[in-house]
Design a protein around this ligand. Structure first.
Ligand SMILES: [Zn+2]
Length: 463
């Protein structure tokens, strides 16, 4: 068995690992690389192998940095099966179409700008992939439940375990040539709303492990629900609006569930809640359909309190015109909108209209990467640029980072315990170099297992 690391190697996006077993070729994940435009363009477009040579793909979860380049693979000639969990199949329907739409609109935008600048000699830009490529990818997705052994090829099979990171997320146990290889996917955390806790995996010979928060410990900032109630009550008392930038997939549904609970318990006033994102609307449907994958607490809650994703104080907004109407609505109310890092999308309009009013609150709910508007808000900059215009930050800025979907260093070390006894080697992926070296050091100290931090394109023979 030979493995080559083609993505999420010393970085956190573009997850893609190439496996060769007895002359057949497989991929674990096929994610979109996100970063500087030029690098992203090259890495996502120029696949480092012939797509037609790949026999099958196993996908760990629906996040775009794990699934988002599957349509490129198909555009380049792949037509084999893509195995993943049933909720992931449903989530990918809307997420891959949404990403295709973004690729097409970006290409149109760039071409228009070139025309304006009379650079007619330049070749028009082609989208990375189109809606048609996404549509051809979706039927290749094959749903396989957790704990169900599935043959991927003549001499390799796998089983998925719940990774507790997002709905349908999995860690994969692969068996080939009498070896057991685990691919962690993204490792989640205990006690996240809606999600089951990460499952314990069995012993294995080799492990490919994520390392996003390899150098960090999450702060215990008290119960999410109490802090959220505090934010809503303070803002409502001022007659203000709570503006929540959130990832459309996962984070939005968790927030809606917690807001439903708070409203039911009369711990917050009955104020309107708007989910302003067409993608969130479609993704919520996939959540509803897969409620048997929720944790026991959430399922019991649904049985007693009805559908939290359709409660009467909640309105989903698809159309841009409806979104604009919120500007004229008097507070208090809550708006949840994407993107989560305030870099694009409708949230920018809400921020522009609300950030200068001290009655309002901007509530940050996830990791904010360097150089993003969200990061500047968390760092409490007094002035920020929105659509190129300087704006004074007068609204209250608060954050609820407990909802992070990634395990921290201690949680990852604990997750590793049941797998560790027979491990010959661990390959760290999906982390910045500083996080990876910190985690590698801790693993070597605690478990005395050799750790490799592969570079992009590096191969290893697993004996
Ligand atoms: Zn993920």
């Amino acid at each position: 068995m030979k493995i080559t690391f083609w993505g999420a190697a010393r970085t956190v996006t573009g997850s893609m690992h190439h496996l060769q077993v007895e002359g057949k070729r497989y991929l674990l994940d096929c994610g979109l690389y996100q970063g500087r435009r030029k690098d992203a363009e090259r890495i996502n477009r120029d696949l480092p192998f012939d797509a037609r040579s790949i026999d099958a793909v196993v996908l760990s979860h629906a996040h775009i940095d794990h699934s988002g380049n599957l349509p490129s693979l198909v555009r380049n000639g792949f037509d084999g099966p893509i195995y993943t969990t049933p909720p992931t199949v449903d989530l990918c329907q809307s997420m891959l179409r949404d990403t295709a739409h973004i690729q097409e609109s970006d290409a149109i935008f760039v071409n228009k700008r070139q025309q304006k600048r009379h650079r007619n000699g330049q070749e028009p830009v082609e989208p990375l992939y189109t809606m048609a490529d996404a549509e051809r990818t979706l039927p290749l997705l094959k749903a396989v439940k957790y704990h169900t052994p599935q043959a991927v090829g003549p001499s390799i099979r796998y089983q998925a375990y719940d990774a507790g990171h997002m709905l349908g997320s999995s860690s994969l146990l692969l068996e080939a040539e009498d070896k057991r290889l685990i691919f962690s996917g993204d490792i989640g955390r205990v006690n996240l709303p809606i999600l089951r806790d990460p499952e314990a995996l069995p012993k294995a010979d080799y492990l490919i492990m994520e390392s996003t928060y390899g150098d960090r410990l999450h702060k215990d900032e008290g119960q999410v629900i109490d802090r959220l109630a505090g934010v809503i009550n303070r803002t409502a008392a001022r007659g203000g609006r709570v503006i929540v930038p959130a990832f459309a997939v996962g984070r939005t549904q968790q927030l809606v569930l917690v807001l439903h609970e708070l409203t039911n318990q009369s711990r917050i006033p009955r104020i309107p809640i708007f989910v302003d994102s067409p993608l969130a609307v479609n993704v919520t449907e996939a959540f509803r359909k897969n409620s048997d994958y929720f944790d026991t607490e959430t399922r019991a809650y649904l049985a007693n309190h009805g559908d939290p994703f359709g409660f009467h104080m909640l309105t989903y907004i698809r159309e841009a015109a409806e979104s604009k109407k919120l500007n004229d609505l008097r507070g208090p109310f809550v708006v949840i909108s994407a993107s989560g890092m305030c870099e694009a999308g409708r949230i920018l309009h809400h921020l522009r209209n609300n950030i200068e009013d001290p009655r309002n609150t901007i509530l940050i709910t996830g990791f904010q990467a360097e150089n993003t508007l969200g990061r500047k808000l968390v760092e409490k900059w007094p002035e920020v640029n929105i659509f190129g215009e300087p704006m004074r930050v007068r609204a209250e800025i608060d954050s609820l980072l407990e909802l992070s979907g990634h395990a921290d260093q201690r949680e990852m070390l604990d997750w590793l315990a049941p797998i560790s006894p027979s491990l010959k080697r661990i390959f760290l992926v999906h982390g910045e170099p500083s996080a990876q070296s910190a985690l590698a050091k801790r693993i070597e100290e605690r478990y005395r297992i050799p750790v490799a931090i592969p570079a992009r394109g590096e191969s290893f023979n697993l004996q």
